[in-house]
Design a protein around this ligand. Structure first.
Ligand code: 0O2
Length: 212
């Protein structure tokens, strides 16, 4: 496919990612102003690279004309939360919005992947306005804690380094690190109220200083 054609396909996805980052950042702002604490800690996003799209299409035997239908993470949003409870709150926020229509949800937290990967995935349909009219796109939203993100980021780089041949001793270490992450998230949840209280009074003080 020509580069010009790829641009035409991918530009609307870039718009979707940009818009969604603005919208989720606004949710953070509203929560912090209203309650001093936001269930979303930070949000990032990316459009999949052409080479990564082609690799996935090849792996899953997807013909080029079906990539937009069959690859649901061309646009990806990653939402990072402090606590596991916040992940389900964020999922609720998304379900209640009129600008994101849920296509499907996968709970890799309750059902951890064999690799040790944990995250909550929601695929939504999201409309963007282009010169050629409204385009409805799929966007994959990954919601995870800071700790889950730490594990997934490291595991992703190791997967990339070793491709299909990750040494067994590293795989085992990653599995036990995934267990440790699970315990860490549980421990943090136990003192969640304490932490939220502390952060909320910190935000209120910071806002007062900013208002002066
Ligand atoms: P990227 O952009 O490099 O992150 P598949 O990826 O083929 O197994 P599918 O149908 O795309 O399956 O959905 P799935 O399993 O929900 O995975 C979608 C995305 O979740 C992946 O995107 C990863 O970002 C993340 N993910 C899933 N499993 C793992 C895992 O074991 N470890 C890590 N670190 N991340 C995972 P991609 O396609 O890998 O692309």
């Amino acid at each position: 496919m020509e580069i010009q054609l790829w641009r035409e396909i991918l530009d609307p996805y870039a718009l979707a990612v940009d818009e969604l980052i603005v919208k989720f950042n606004h949710i953070i702002r509203e929560y912090r102003h209203l309650y001093g604490y936001s269930p979303i800690e930070q949000v990032t996003g990316r459009v999949k690279t052409i080479s990564s799209i082609l690799e996935k299409a090849q792996k899953k035997n997807i013909p080029l004309e079906q990539i937009e239908d069959k690859i649901d993470d061309i646009a990806g949003i990653r939402i990072i939360c402090q606590f596991v409870e916040d992940i389900y709150k964020v999922a609720d926020i998304i379900r209640n919005r009129s600008d994101m229509i849920i296509k499907n949800e996968i709970d890799y937290i309750e059902n951890m992947k064999k690799s040790g990967y944990r995250s909550y995935h929601i695929t939504v349909f999201y409309d963007v306005e282009t010169l050629k009219g409204t385009k409805r796109l799929q966007v994959e939203i990954q919601i995870r804690t800071l700790a889950m993100n730490f594990w997934a980021t490291i595991e992703h780089s190791l997967q990339y380094k070793y491709k299909q041949n990750m040494p067994e001793h590293i795989r085992e270490r990653l599995t036990s690190a995934a267990e440790a992450i699970l315990i860490l998230d549980r421990e943090m949840s136990v003192i969640r109220d304490e932490i939220m209280d502390a952060q909320s009074s910190f935000t209120i003080k910071a806002n007062m200083v900013a208002d002066i």
